[in-house]
Design a protein around this ligand. Structure first.
Ligand code: FAD
Ligand code: SF4
Ligand code: SF4
Length: 477
């Protein structure tokens, strides 16, 4: 029977059940269980069907949330799937890893007093169910076009663009320097947030739809950017941002101090069944170690929780601001605390100790000052407040900057912004090189999966306009 809507007044918010702490510390599986059909229906029915849905307004994809919640509440799941997938290339991924507390759910009007609708969990449920029931069909263009598009980068921005362009009938080739598709979805974000099967399933779906992948292809290395450009009618650069920000402190070069992404890629590869010497040899393995992670973003949260699952002796997160002023999701901090991570707020590293290998971190306490130009609270050290934490593995997770793309691509004319990201026309996503477009983190700076998907879809629409204008111009000649 169809559920009535507006049930929030008497039906409490219920998030999907979390696995017991001891159980989830022992593996890399997702920590949230899935809604069953009854819970998904009931939770969707809490929506009050707002005339102006703030949830949708604050979703970067402008998802039609109230309508697919209503369809779910009515048990019309296939229609809910059609609607949800019309605006989001990977709804089951966003449902798992969007920071919903800052986006859709954080802006649900029934949040105050009644708690928001569990939008992300329902979104995930709809598409997981669609896959199980065979409703997710390969991309099937109405007709084939002769023009081809090259996409550099198989992360969410590149893949979202690839899907949209293939659906228009283009011949699409995606190049990536890694051996698997997914970008940070496969090698950055750990399985306890996004199980790898979910990403591999989408890889197969894209291939089944006729998208060609050229992997182990470092553009600018063995394969030149000029060659890729010459092979296609348009090129999209969606290479993400990978240059780790560094710490300027004595001893930072000691063995045992490692960049976050090296650590996470190693762990993800090991989980995928690859032979990883750095893990087997112990360099990038937290087992039995006192681990200190420096940083307060999503990457730092993923590192601390990975270290717990690798059976570290202790895991401490050192962050120079406080909990309220950290960039990472508060939901992930709470999960990390539950799993035994110790957070040392308002503390920054002063020096790394040790002779042959790191043995500890000398940190200093900080206090918050006035907001700086970026609007974030400034931080100042408190004289005489130094203390030492024992450490034999230190993970630096201070964020990422763009690599030197014009240098790597041997294309010095390619223009950058002041932040080193690729400069594009915001309406057309085109760089200053004709026919070369860019999307995702390489344009925005380190951001979110949902924004990468949005950019990829918008860039695909702009590429379609560009290619068709060229086709028409040639026909008119
Ligand atoms: P990427 O995902 O980085 O993909 C870029 C691809 O380009 C990669 O596959 C790379 O191999 C390839 N590439 C780069 N250079 C070349 C080259 N020269 N030749 C060929 N290929 C190349 N966001 C969320 O929304 N939720 C989260 O929970 C979350 N957690 C995160 C955790 C971590 C550890 C990190 C690092 C980020 C996290 N993010 C999260 C951010 C999110 O992953 C990114 O914003 C998103 O992946 C950006 O997508 P993209 O397609 O622009 O780039
Ligand atoms: Fe919310 Fe992200 Fe889904 Fe949008 S895509 S509805 S922000 S979970
Ligand atoms: Fe439903 Fe909340 Fe969105 Fe309103 S803001 S339509 S109650 S999910």
């Amino acid at each position: 029977m169809a559920e009535k809507m507006l049930q929030f007044t008497h039906l409490a918010q219920q998030a999907p059940e979390k696995r017991a702490i001891g159980e989830r510390q022992a593996d890399f599986d997702e920590i949230y269980r899935r809604f069953d059909a009854a819970s998904a229906k009931a939770q969707a029915s809490r929506c009050s069907q707002c005339g102006i849905p703030f949830c949708s307004i604050h979703c970067p994809l402008s998802n039609n949330i109230p309508d697919w919640l209503k369809l779910t509440a009515e048990g019309r799941l296939e229609e809910a799937y059609e609607l949800s997938s019309a605006t989001n290339t990977f709804p089951e991924i966003c449902g798992r890893i969007c920071p919903q507390d800052r986006l859709c759910e954080g802006n649900c009007v029934i949040e105050k007093g009644f708690e928001s609708v569990t939008i992300g969990a329902v979104e995930r449920y709809i598409t997981d169910t669609a896959f199980e029931r065979g409703w997710v069909k390969p991309i099937a263009p109405a007709f084939e076009r002769a023009e081809s598009i090259g996409i550099i980068g198989a992360g969410p921005a590149g893949l979202a663009a690839a899907e949209a362009l293939r659906a228009q009938g283009y011949q699409v080739t995606v190049y990536d320097r890694h051996d698997r598709v997914g970008g940070l979805l496969i090698y950055g974000i750990p399985g306890f947030k996004l199980e790898k099967d979910i990403v591999l399933r989408r890889w197969k779906w894209l291939e089944d739809g006729g998208i060609k992948f050229v992997l182990n292809a470092d553009i600018g290395g063995a394969l030149s950017f000029a060659d890729v450009r010459a092979a296609h009618d348009a090129v999209l650069v969606a290479t993400g941002v990978y240059k780790p920000r560094e710490i300027a402190a004595p001893g930072v070069g000691l063995p045992g101090i490692v960049p976050a992404l090296d650590y996470l890629i190693t762990s993800n590869r090991q989980g995928l069944g690859d032979a990883v010497p750095d893990f087997e040899g112990g360099t990038l393995n937290a087992r039995g170690k006192d681990v200190v992670v420096i940083g307060g973003g999503d990457t730092a949260m993923d590192c601390v929780r990975t270290a717990v699952r690798q059976h570290a002796k202790s895991v401490t997160c050192l962050y120079r601001r406080d909990r309220q002023n950290m960039p990472g999701s508060l939901r992930e901090v709470a999960n990390a605390e539950d799993e035994g991570v110790v957070f040392t707020w308002l503390a920054a590293p002063e020096a790394f100790l040790g002779d042959e290998h790191v043995t500890g971190v000398r940190a200093i306490c900080m206090h918050l000052g006035l907001p700086d130009a970026s609007g974030r609270m400034s931080v100042d050290p408190i004289a005489g407040s130094s203390f030492t934490i024992k450490a034999d593995l230190v993970i630096k997770a201070l964020g990422f900057d763009p690599e030197d793309i014009p240098g790597a691509f041997n294309e010095p004319a390619l223009k950058l912004t002041g932040w080193g990201t690729l400069k594009v026309d915001p309406k057309t996503f085109q760089t200053n090189l004709p026919g070369v477009f860019a999307a995702g983190d390489i344009v925005r700076g380190a951001s979110l999966v949902v924004w990468a998907i949005r950019d990829g879809r918008d860039a695909a629409a702009a590429i379609h306009r560009f290619v068709q204008a060229n086709v028409q111009a040639m026909a008119a000649e």
